[in-house]
Design a protein around this ligand. Sequence first.
Ligand SMILES: [Zn+2]
Ligand SMILES: [Zn+2]
Length: 356
Amino acid sequence: MTARDPIADLRRIAFLLERANEATYRVRAFRSAAKALAGLPAAEVAERAGNGTLTKLAGVGDVTARCVAESLAGEEPVYLRRLVATEGSDLDAEATALRTALRGDCHTHSDWSDGGSPIEEMALAAVELGHEYMVLTDHSPRLTVARGLTADRLRRQLDHVAQVNEALPEGFRILTGIEVDILADGSLDQDEALLARLDVVVGSVHSGLKDERAKMTRRMLTAIANPHLDILGHCTGRMVSSRPVGVTGPGDRGHRARTRAESDFDADAVFAACAEHDTAVEINSRPERQDPPKRLIRRALEAGCRFAINTDAHAPGQLDWQRFGCERAALCGVPADRVVNTWSAKQLVKWTAARS
Ligand SMILES: [Zn+2]
Ligand SMILES: [Zn+2]
């Protein structure tokens, strides 16, 4: 049998584990092994698989070495086969139609802030999912726990993204962006000029989530009226589950995730403002967020808002979590033509440019 690509198999396993929300250390084992092998000539990998010395390499353990040996023997690794066999997609027809209509993701993180993977790895996973674009939205300066990017680092990231884009397949593009903190007074936590340069701006409340109702409402209305803000991220800030969320890397915020009540604000006023200013309301797909809750999705729909169904992925496998958001959107009757990431990259950028 002809040999398979063992690195591709290891990466695929890592992706499926992340998608299934498995523990971080498991995912890391496969990603480290893929990285260790990527640095070696194929002949050496084959030789080591043959004489059983793969595990002498830093980052390669018994399980990953077995996968590599199976790949090289031309067999689908047993580990991969089991993962593929046990993962089901049981989306109903409407959710599937919505998922199929999505052409990109407007909220993703890399290891420049609190994500676990380099931009390139995130982009490759997005390409494999069939996306046409991925908006990179790392955090803003004041969110120091998530290594938020200063204006300087963000400028450097923009240069880096331009380079990465050169090397990516035609028909796919990383769009520039930010998940900017909505500060206590409703202003946005990044330079105006820089916000204006970005393709897409997601704005979220990450601090003072227990602000009293009138204050939180004012804060959100001020942000929504800001022409730089394109998408209102996870608007209630709630956390519905305390499960670790498979985030890898320096921030590793997943392990600190816990349940949290919704912020209190005047939802009718907020959604009316979103409709008025044509700011999209994010449907955040993360299993521990599920934000906004369905009753609020319905209210935003009635108010005439647009939506963005985003993953808020902090790792490549999480880029496939859009199906969770689609499920909730479909249950609330959100039609595809109200969802901004059913548009092409060109249409999306045209919309954001017209707004600011
Ligand atoms: Zn956020
Ligand atoms: Zn985020």
